[in-house]
Ligand binder design. Sequence first.
Ligand SMILES: [Zn+2]
Length: 438
Amino acid sequence: MSQPIDLLIEPRWLIPIEPHGVVLEGQAVAVSGGEIAAVLPAQEAQLRFRPARRVVLPGHVLIPGLVNLHTHAAMTLLRGIADDLALMDWLKTRIWPAETRHVSAAFVRDGTLLACAEMLRGGITCFNDMYFFPAAAAEAARNLGMRAALGIVVIEFPTAYASDADDYISKGLAMRDRLRGDPLLSFCMAPHAPYTVSDATLERVVTLAAQLDLPIHIHIHETRAEIEESLRLHGLRPLQRLHRLGVLGPGLIGVHAAHLEAEEIRLLAKFDCSIAHCPSSNMKLGSGIAPIVAMLEQGLRIGLGTDGAASNNRLDIFQEMRQSALLAKAVSGNAAAVGAHDVLRMATLNGAAALGLADKIGSIRTGKAADLCAVCLDTLETRPCYDPASHLVYVAGREHVSHVWVNGVLRVENGLLQGCDTSQLLDTVNLWQNKLIA
Ligand SMILES: [Zn+2]
């Protein structure tokens, strides 16, 4: 007797990420109750299972849903509002003033909805967010059925969201208490950056992260100016200061890390920290290029992030995969540095591990959540295809994503977002654009 299941997916190729570097052909993925029930030869699956739904994808590769390890989702409403400026100019003259005038719970909900719609269509099933009004971001993610790690954001200066560090922390903790039962949500302590958070606040963040077993999501060493300022004010490089305050550990997600000395890379590796590599944002703001080849040599865990749409200006992990591989080769002068399978792992399992979710997502294995992304390689611009892993990194774009499931629920079908009134969403975005122009 065949066993009833919710879904059987039969792609041409499957890249499970675990084991590393493997491309399987003719395999099927059985999904039941939101979980991967089995990965097995398609012919065997047809005998063994009676699926409520069968999805045959004869020209497609199936991979785990992509993990965006660093973003400010609501900032999609600021996409393209200020280009061609260095980080501090960009923040001080354009972004912070626009945020002061406009950011509210409604801004965050609507901006995050737009971000989730964009990310899901691009094969991203999980994002690590750092922004004000995280409960509003959670509402948007839940609305579209996307997995999210919400930042308990902390910064010293007042905003419409909170008045001081204590207020940020208590609001963030209350948000976590309210939402922690949701299987698609997880949480990080998210002190913005060493240059916007005091020693006393960072110490509190470390204590809370340890007590609540939460990762610490923080921008580090994004620019040379940040390092120079820290040397002036504290007599220490930012990373030395974080080390002294006890921030380094397996839960640390250091975002950018564009400027690291060899000794600092060894230190981060020794403490089993993770890096969120955001190559497009780093290039666009002229910040630098993170030394990921040296990081990988030290065994440092690297995931990929888009950063916010105000500094990228896309929430597109396909672009970040390609940029990561090409930049690593260009900078190291070694074409063998950072291969396609390495990049695919960064965009999936490494991001999941950084968030403490490696037992749940990031690879296609029995027992994990069915967060899956199918990419069609049967198009003019993706043929011929000798190696689907290579194509995912060097050829395909997010426009080739055909199907996306989160926790076994179909969120994108044939490129179309499910369960979202896109014309209503666009109307809302237009209203915000008019407000921001005024
Ligand atoms: Zn950022």
